[in-house]
Design a protein around this ligand. Structure first.
Ligand code: SF4
Length: 729
């Protein structure tokens, strides 16, 4: 059909934190999307990557959940299911797993519906929600607030995330509420909050055009933030210098002026070495340090112990290159640090981010155009979900949950008394609490911890132990196999709502398609359940929820659902009618109590599980360009699945040759926690002694191998470092 006969609906991409603006061209006669195209907006300027352009046909999958499901009495105990998440697929898909080849009952290659669905029976919404309300109320009455927990999702809109945390906090009086930020940038947020009083970015990725130099570290933006990466590469062509620091080479390293391929888990030693040289060479900003920071002397004392020779010994980066980075960074007029989960997903993740904050602060690189701190947020709404309070230590807008004054304000705003006075448990702590008999009832909205969390054999045990689990999702996920009740939700294509990207841009997603069967929007389900639990909620539209959010979130002041327009707005924003919002923050002071940036020195500590004779390789896990998290959406998108259909372990040619392994053969990867079988990809981009596996694939689940040690402050797992062996089968 020609474009003129299609209806155009403006929305945002549901995948990475870039949150590109796009237009869906909808064929109303077929009730289907014909194609997607990029839309002009300051953040994405009409660009899209392969996921935004092609990753939407999952919404029409015959595997969508369309009716509430209740586990059959005879299907207890629950642990018997999900047995095939153990890597026995030899890295190959079942014949009938291929979307497009068989658009029948089980095209997705994920959960075997024929095996799992018989354990559930269909139910009405009334029956399912009454059961959820009764069971969660019963567990709460019996075990108190500590017996209940909720995982929300960064896939949901701001309004849905807000209502979900409000339900858990006001009805069950618990702060045990978290989402995938815990697996993503929790350590970055902890360090930023401590250092500059704000968990959000200090400048946008588009501000790269004003930078003389940028450091991109612990990130492969070409795969994980592709459109942001295109801005970086464009700026490079116009003269911005790129320093790329990562254990893995990538297309970004090929565009970089300096590429430091450091050993995994040595970031603190590297940045301490660079700061040592910045100070030794007098490249620091005396005035900025004197007027805008505290604790510089202690930082200087700490980094004095990291001369480049020592840093080189720890990191494997030549001492001269460390000095070269110091000269480039310290000599620049303006510089930005962009970082990804290679920084945050370590047991030293908070220390790693503390070093980046100090790198910017001692060189005066915050608060002016082309300078600042930017953790590249993973999911399109992980910033927003965190902003609106879907985290256990903060109410909306990062207001401390254990501050009596804050609690009193929220009790007034929400018309309740007795909110939980303590910080709640995080995603990673909740799994431990279940096993210790603490948390017994859970509400899981859009999360799939059975593939996304570390050491999933432990997660399997925990989920099997729960007294009651309700899973709300669009597909039967691996986690849903453990559910007592499954509630069918709408995808982002079938509802309205707002989403906040990595730049602090709040944008509106618009309903494109009708929901399948009886599926309902998450906010409607949460509200229905809240009413059955005795709460007097009557929101008619996400816009009304947005108004309430703005009233309790000073950072979102002046924004309204309507004034977001087609391009969205950055927050903070004094005049949304006439301004796009604030690009560069902290030009005069930071959000800390004294307005200063607090410099927190860090000593280098080794990773928790080092390679040895039995497990000699370091495993790094992450994502691929074509797929998204646990694959429930992208593996059901025909084009994406066709490009990247199977799991692979990436390995340096010499490591492969030493083991007698050849490119393309099926190998076994094993750690102390489990083993998987998958295809070998020999790649010069991997450093000797390291390997990489993406965590999207159920049939070769990388998180069977990973370690569940966590950062003591950010509580984030060490997804980027554990010891493994890869061998012939
Ligand atoms: Fe979507 Fe990110 Fe790709 Fe943009 S860069 S189209 S937001 S996945």
């Amino acid at each position: 059909r020609p474009r003129a006969e299609l209806e155009q609906v403006e929305s945002v991409c549901p995948y990475c934190g870039v949150g590109c603006a796009l237009t869906y061209n909808v064929d109303r006669e077929r009730g289907a999307i014909s194609f997607a195209e990029g839309r002009d907006q300051p953040g994405s300027q009409g660009r899209l990557c392969v996921k935004g352009r092609y990753g939407w046909d999952y919404a029409a999958s015959p595997q969508r959940l369309t009716v509430p499901l209740i586990r059959r009495e005879e299907s207890y105990p629950k642990g018997a299911l999900s047995a095939d998440v153990r890597g026995e697929g030899n890295g190959k898909r079942r014949k009938d797993d291929r979307p497009g080849k068989d658009r029948g009952r089980k095209p997705g290659g994920l959960v075997d519906y024929d095996e799992v669905l018989p354990h559930f029976r269909e139910a009405t919404w009334d029956e399912a929600l009454d059961l959820v309300a009764r069971r969660l109320s019963g567990i709460h009455a019996d075990g108190g607030p500590g017996a209940i927990a909720g995982f929300g999702s960064a896939k949901c809109s701001n309004e849905e995330a807000y209502l979900f945390q409000k339900l858990l906090r006001t009805r069950f009086r618990t702060n045990n509420i978290d989402h995938c930020t815990r697996l993503c940038h929790a350590s970055s947020v902890a360090a930023l909050f401590e250092g500059i009083g704000s968990g959000a970015v200090s400048t946008t990725y588009g501000d790269v055009v004003n930078a003389d130099v940028v450091i991109i570290t612990g990130s492969n933006p070409t795969a994980n933030h592709p459109v942001a990466s295109s801005f970086f590469k464009q700026a490079r062509r116009k003269g911005t210098k790129i320093i790329y620091i990562d254990p893995r080479a990538s297309t970004v390293s090929e565009h970089a002026d300096v590429f430091c391929q450091l050993k995994p888990g040595t970031d603190v030693a590297f940045y301490n070495g660079v700061m040592h040289e910045v100070i030794r060479l007098g490249l620091f900003d005396r005035e900025f340090i004197a007027n805008r920071t505290s604790n510089y002397d202690e930082l200087a004392r700490t980094v004095a112990d990291y001369p480049p020779e020592r840093a080189a010994q720890i990191t494997g980066v030549p001492a001269e290159q460390i000095t070269e980075v110091a000269k480039l960074w310290g000599g620049a007029g303006a510089g930005i640090i962009y970082w990804g989960m290679g920084i945050s997903q370590h047991t030293t993740g908070t220390d790693n981010a503390r070093c980046l904050i100090a790198m910017c602060a001692i060189t005066g690189n915050v608060g002016k155009p082309g300078s600042g701190l930017h953790p590249l947020r993973g999911q399109n709404n992980v910033q927003g979900a965190s902003d609106v309070g879907l985290i256990p230590m903060f109410y909306p807008d990062y207001q401390k949950a254990d501050d009596p004054g804050v609690r009193e304000r929220f009790e007034q705003a929400w018309g309740v008394t007795g909110l939980d006075p303590d910080r709640g448990l995080t995603v990673t702590e909740i799994i431990g609490s279940i096993l210790a008999g603490g948390v017994r009832g859970m509400y899981m909205l859009g999360e799939n911890p059975f593939l996304s969390d570390p050491n999933i054999n432990k997660v399997r045990k925990a989920l099997s132990t729960l007294d009651f689990l309700v899973v709300q999702d669009i597909f039967l996920t691996e986690t849903a196999e453990f559910a007592d009740v499954i509630l069918p939700a709408t995808s982002y294509l079938e509802k309205d709502g707002s989403y906040t990207n990595t730049d602090r841009r709040v944008q509106r997603g618009r309903k494109v398609l009708d929901p399948p069967g009886q599926a309902r929007a998450d906010w409607e389900i949460v509200q229905d359940l809240a009413q059955r639990l005795g709460l007097d909620w009557h929101y008619a539209h996400p816009g009304e929820v947005f108004d309430e959010m703005v009233a309790v979130m000073p950072s979102y002041a002046n924004l309204s659902y309507d004034n977001l327009g087609l391009s969205g707005k950055l927050y903070p924003n004094d005049d949304p009618e006439h301004s796009d919002g604030t690009v560069v923050m902290f030009d005069e002071s930071f959000n800390t109590d004294d307005g200063l940036a607090h410099l927190v020195p860090a000593e280098w500590l080794p990773a928790k599980e080092l390679p040895d004779a039995e497990f000699p390789l370091v495993l790094n896990t992450g994502r691929l360009l074509e797929h998204w998290h646990t694959g429930s959406m992208t593996r059901r998108s025909y084009a994406l699945d066709a490009i990247s259909p199977e799991a692979e372990v990436y390995m340096h040619p010499k490591d492969a040759a030493d083991r007698g392994l050849t490119h393309g053969e099926i190998v076994r990867a094993r750690s102390r926690r489990g083993e998987i079988e998958l295809k070998l990809r020999v790649s010069h981009r991997e450093a000797l002694g390291n390997c990489f596996i993406a965590f999207h694939f159920r049939e070769a689940a990388a998180n069977l191998l990973t370690i569940d040690e966590i950062d003591p402050t950010g509580k984030i797992p060490e997804f980027k470092f554990c010891a493994v062996q890869v061998e012939a089968i």
